[in-house]
Design a protein around this ligand. Structure first.
Ligand SMILES: C[S@@+](CC[C@H](N)C(=O)[O-])C[C@H]1O[C@@H](n2cnc3c(N)ncnc32)[C@H](O)[C@@H]1O
Length: 220
């Protein structure tokens, strides 16, 4: 990672640390139906990138097990509290959480751009609203590809640049301002980035205004 990306990574971490106590109250991204769809696609050993405060926990699919990573210690603290509360409510479930039945979860403080896992460790990787703020998204996606087993799936729910002649250029224009205010890029070309990271894209579904999309891809 170059110096600029490392600096941006630290800034992202600080920003989400500050946001963590309010995130669940403020965040309106990701309708439950979208999140449910993402996790319907998961299989086996799942890696969740940018788990944040654990907004996806209710949607984890029984029969899978999840390693959930994030770069922000404070976001992870909120997620950890949710796991502990689930464990107290249902003492037999170990580290498990999920509305459909307890799914084992391991939380880790980790940067998506440099994952501490051996090659081919996971069957599936998911991220929801994360690749707008990873400083080097292609590097992050390449790392995910490396830790996926051959044939492994990538499932992304992301907002991205609208590919048209009016809104797209407007998003480019506003992006520096939005990054300064909330830290997220609104003009990422995430489908292209997935291809650049050498994934085969299987499906792209437009969920809202040609901006929020579900991307299904796999590594050969
Ligand atoms: C907008 S929040 C989304 C959180 C959660 N996925 C959700 O849907 O609510 C973005 C999350 O990505 C994390 N993140 C950003 N850059 C990251 C990186 N390089 N590695 C790991 N996590 C990262 C942030 O700390 C934050 O928790």
């Amino acid at each position: 990672m170059n110096a600029k990306a490392s600096q941006a990574t630290r800034a992202t971490q600080r920003r989400y640390d500050r946001l963590a106590p309010f995130y669940d109250r403020l965040d309106r991204m990701g309708q439950p139906g979208w999140r449910r769809r993402v996790f319907q696609e998961t299989v086996g050993q799942v890696l969740e990138i940018g788990v944040g405060t654990g907004k996806n926990f209710p949607f984890y699919k029984p029969g899978t097990s999840v390693t959930a990573v994030d770069i922000s210690p404070r976001m992870l603290e909120v997620a950890r509290r949710k796991l502990d509360a689930a464990r107290q409510k249902n003492p037999g479930s170990g580290e498990g959480i999920g509305d459909g039945g307890p799914v084992p979860v391991k939380l880790m403080l980790t940067d998506a751009q440099s994952l501490p896992f051996p090659d081919a460790s996971f069957d599936c990787a998911v991220a929801t609203f994360v690749f707008c703020s990873v400083p080097d998204p292609v590097l992050g996606l390449q790392e995910i590809r490396r830790v996926l087993a051959p044939g492994g799936r990538l499932v992304l729910l992301e907002h991205m640049r609208r590919d048209d002649r009016i809104v797209g250029p407007l998003m480019d224009l506003l992006n520096p301002l939005v990054v300064r205010m909330v830290g997220a890029n609104i003009n990422r070309r995430t489908v292209e980035n997935v291809r650049k990271a050498d994934f085969a894209v299987d499906q792209v579904d437009d969920l809202s205004m040609n901006i929020v999309k579900l991307i299904l891809a796999h590594r050969d």
